[in-house]
Design a protein around this ligand. Structure first.
Ligand code: DGJ
Length: 707
């Protein structure tokens, strides 16, 4: 079946993914209109979705605010515009005129449709892009705007795409909210009538919301039902507006930027929006998550096939108190435990002895690293580990040589306070000279020292986001900053193909498909309390795969919450992602080191399932009793069950787990106990993993298909 088909008589375009269809057409006014998004249809069936518009119910009604592919500000439209332009003569309305279309194959297995338009009078071109892949139901959409005139145009809103759902009796919205140390809390509520805005105005993706939504008709569950979802590949401010209209429609529009700034588009300039990727799926929220994970591995991550190594990170052990001797001692202990990547965190450079100073002066502090970083890097390599380093390239401390030399390099407005957050200011990466400076020292640092991994941190939101020496700088900066950030990382990766990067922004402040396209893993939260982490990981995994989810075992009482839970529980929670160790190993007892080494070795035996298998959430954390997940190999030859019971009550039975997605004809052996179970019995009657008595009980069950 062709992936993108056109019925010229009906004027219908049909995009077909392996299991789904997306249909649209250009209507009599020239506007691109949505027809359908759901299970697979034939072109003929898609044609049935074309219905002649009825007369407006009254002179107060305009075009439906849900149902266009990119609703513009123009004509009788009263919903949230996806495209809002201001021409130099003051005109604000856009009028569609179709100019052509193209279908091509940008890569084997991918097909792209480009619908080309211009404004009926002004020389502004708009191209709607749709890309489908033959191994995924995700449809990637973005918009390209080009100013072919001689006068500037202001893009007051330039969303990537608008999406519409078929009519249903009710709708529900799933998304995540949070804050620092409490990111990605899953919310699932009836969609209110009117407009619901999810946004970041912080210049980063944010801890407070994440740019994805899932909608269902209120009837989907973890394993059943239709779900329409979409995620934005952008790492700056963003906005997704979800609508439920009085006449019962639901849809949403999403793109980069928040209200206020208007992106200037000069004569001859072109702007490409970030990708807004959409997915229709059946099989409930679990199937939607698995489809997003598979898509992220197949089409987003730079090295998806790699197994991420077990890392050690020094932050919780040492804070800013780092020096060569202390790092060597920790590295020796980490290597003995089985760690594969040693990461030295904040505090190694300039005058950085606290959060008060030093950002911007990126040379090793001579009092703490008298021979520079090379002796430590060599020692870590000698111990058989890769070497990773913490950097925060977008920031400067006012107390730094860099700021004393270049006070104009930060985001600021003349005559306005330069607000410090965590005693730091944001460098204006939108400036070419600042971006080149950042790339310059980073590439030298990595190249000169043989650094294998960077933890790229970003520890504050924007404020006073001005760029005084450029006309319309305060409007342009939000987009140019992110584009230059991407450019620096892309150049670094090209220059150092072995380099791997973790995205961090005080924890999970900048996790999105844009960042994951150029990093290898993410730090989801600074909160390393295993009990809290279960909830954070539950929300994180709704969209992003475990292969990207770094998770450390740290010390107790936990630095953030004061809570103490057993080492085994902490390991079992962290084993649901990319395992790391973040405790002070110099204080671990011999027993703890031995138990930790055994659990770490166990992780290495099962991590291929966690990092590349399919996730089934067997019990959500808000279920009574216990939470549990399952990771299953693509060939169903093995599965891992992880179960965590935070509190126990007398008389409660051990949680019953019903593994999903196993080979129904097979029998599976529990690798630890040797017990053999039929897949059907497991699925229908379940298994009760052996848990220690009491609170904070956990288990890992590794099931292996019998030959
Ligand atoms: C915030 C990060 O999330 C932490 O893990 C740590 O790297 C600190 N910054 C260092 O300042």
């Amino acid at each position: 079946m062709p992936v993108i088909a056109f019925a010229p008589d009906a004027g219908v375009w049909l995009l077909s993914t392996p299991r789904t269809s997306y249909a649209l057409r250009i209507d009599a006014t020239g506007a691109p209109c949505h027809l359908g998004w759901g299970p697979a249809l034939t072109l003929e069936e898609a044609g049935e979705l074309v219905t002649p518009p009825g007369p407006p119910a009254s002179s107060f009604e305009g075009r439906p605010s849900v149902g266009e592919e990119l609703p513009v500000d123009g004509g009788p439209r009263y919903g949230p515009p996806s495209l809002q332009v201001r021409f130099a003569d003051g005109t604000r309305a856009f009028e569609w005129q179709a100019t052509g279309h193209r279908v091509h194959e940008p890569a084997p297995g991918s097909t792209e449709l480009v619908l080309e338009f211009r404004d009926r009078v002004h020389p502004l071109r708009v191209a709607l892009h749709y890309r489908v892949h033959d191994d995924s139901d995700v449809i990637e959409r973005w918009t390209v705007l080009r100013n072919d005139g001689v006068a500037p145009v202001a893009l007051q809103r330039a969303d990537s795409a608008a999406w519409a759902l078929p009519l249903r009796d009710g709708y529900r919205l799933s998304h995540v909210t949070g804050q620092w140390s409490a990111e990605t809390r899953l919310r699932r509520d009836p969609l209110p009538f009117g407009e619901t805005v999810l946004t970041s105005r912080r210049g980063i993706t944010s801890h407070h919301a994440n740019p994805w939504v899932m909608l269902d008709a209120g009837d989907a569950s973890e394993n059943h039902g239709q779900v329409w979802s979409a995620a934005l590949a952008w790492s700056g401010s963003w906005r997704i507006t979800v609508q439920r209209t009085p006449d019962g429609r639901a849809g949403f529009t999403g793109g980069a930027g928040h209200e206020g700034p208007a992106l200037p588009l000069g004569p001859g300039e072109e702007h490409t929006t970030p990708v807004h990727a959409g997915l229709y799926s059946e099989g409930g929220f679990g199937a939607a998550s698995r489809a997003w994970h598979a898509y992220t591995l197949a089409h987003v991550l730079p090295h998806p096939r790699e197994i991420r190594p077990v890392l050690y990170n020094s932050w919780e052990a040492t804070g800013f108190d780092v020096d060569e001797a202390g790092q060597r001692a920790l590295a020796a202990r980490a290597a003995a435990l089985g760690v594969e990547l040693y990461v030295m965190d904040d505090g190694w450079f300039g005058a950085r002895r606290s959060a008060e100073a030093g950002l911007g002066d990126w040379s090793p502090a001579p009092d703490r690293f008298p021979g520079g970083l090379t002796p430590l890097v060599e020692e870590v390599h000698r111990l058989g580990m890769r070497f990773g380093l913490w950097v925060e390239p977008e920031m400067v401390s006012p107390d730094s040589d860099l700021y004393r030399t270049h006070p104009d390099w930060v985001l600021h407005f003349p005559h306005r306070t330069r607000t410090e957050l965590r005693s730091q200011l944001v460098l204006n990466l939108a400036r070419r000279d600042v971006a080149d400076w950042a790339y310059g020292w980073l590439t030298r640092l990595v190249g000169d020292h043989g650094i294998d991994f960077l933890k790229w941190d970003m520890n504050r939101a924007f404020s006073e986001a001005g760029w005084p020496d450029r006309a319309e700088g305060a409007d342009a900066v939000w987009t140019a900053y992110v584009q230059h950030l991407y450019g620096i990382i892309d150049r670094l990766r090209a220059e150092h193909p072995g380099l791997r990067i973790e995205t961090c922004s005080g924890g999970g402040g900048r996790v999105d498909l844009g960042m994951l396209a150029r990093t290898d893993q993410a730090w989801p939260s600074d909160n390393t309390d295993a009990a809290d982490r279960i909830d954070i990981q539950h929300g994180y995994g709704q969209l992003y795969p475990a292969r990207t989810m770094a998770a450390w075992v740290t010390d107790v009482p936990n630095q953030f919450t004061g809570r103490s839970v057993p080492l085994r529980f902490r390991f079992h929670v962290a084993m649901a992602g990319v395992l790391g160790i973040g405790g002070d190993l110099s204080r671990w007892s011999e027993d703890e080191l031995a138990e930790g080494a055994a659990l770490l070795a166990e992780y290495k035996r099962i991590r291929h399932l966690v990092q590349h298998g399919g996730l089934h959430r067997l019990r959500a954390p808000d279920d009574e009793g216990a939470a549990a997940v399952q990771y299953t190999a693509a060939d169903r030859g093995e599965a891992l069950l992880l179960v965590w019971r935070r509190t126990s009550r007398p008389g409660d039975p051990a949680p019953l787990l019903r593994p999903a997605g196993l080979d129904p004809a097979a029998r599976y052996r529990d690798a630890r106990t040797g017990a053999v179970h039929s897949a059907t019995v497991l699925r229908e009657y379940g298994i009760r993993p052996e848990l220690p008595r009491g609170d904070w009980a956990s288990a890992a069950v590794h099931l292996v298909r019998m030959p």
